[in-house]
Design a protein around this ligand. Sequence first.
Ligand code: ZN
Length: 147
Amino acid sequence: MKKVFSARDPIEANLLIAILEGEGITASVQGERVFELRGAVPVIGPTVWVSDEDEAAASEHVKRFVESRPQPSKPDWRCPSCGETIPGSFTECWKCVNEADPPRPFNRRVVNIIVISFVAICVLLFLLMIEQEKLMRRNRAQPQLSR
Ligand SMILES: [Zn+2]
């Protein structure tokens, strides 16, 4: 017996077996039962096996099967540095990669602090101007009151 394929799950293994058997190649799956215990024991997916003399013929079908199978739909993940949600098909955060090249002069947090400080100073100046305006009005009003 020769191992011709390592499947991601039993469904995939059985699909390949159906294809091989359709081509007249007797194939069997191993490790299907062990796969059910995933989490308890470290296991790779189930494997597909054919007889030694069928190996060459089977490997052609396996190659075609591997090329035609859909890519696994990995779950989306959140970038730990910027919090952006990244599609599972990406291994790197597109946002961080883009920002890292060219190199940034400021770190995002520093920029945020500067922006927040600037806004706070503007608000304070505005409040001071209002206070100033009130004081001036009171000063203008006082001579009239004293009359
Ligand atoms: Zn990121």
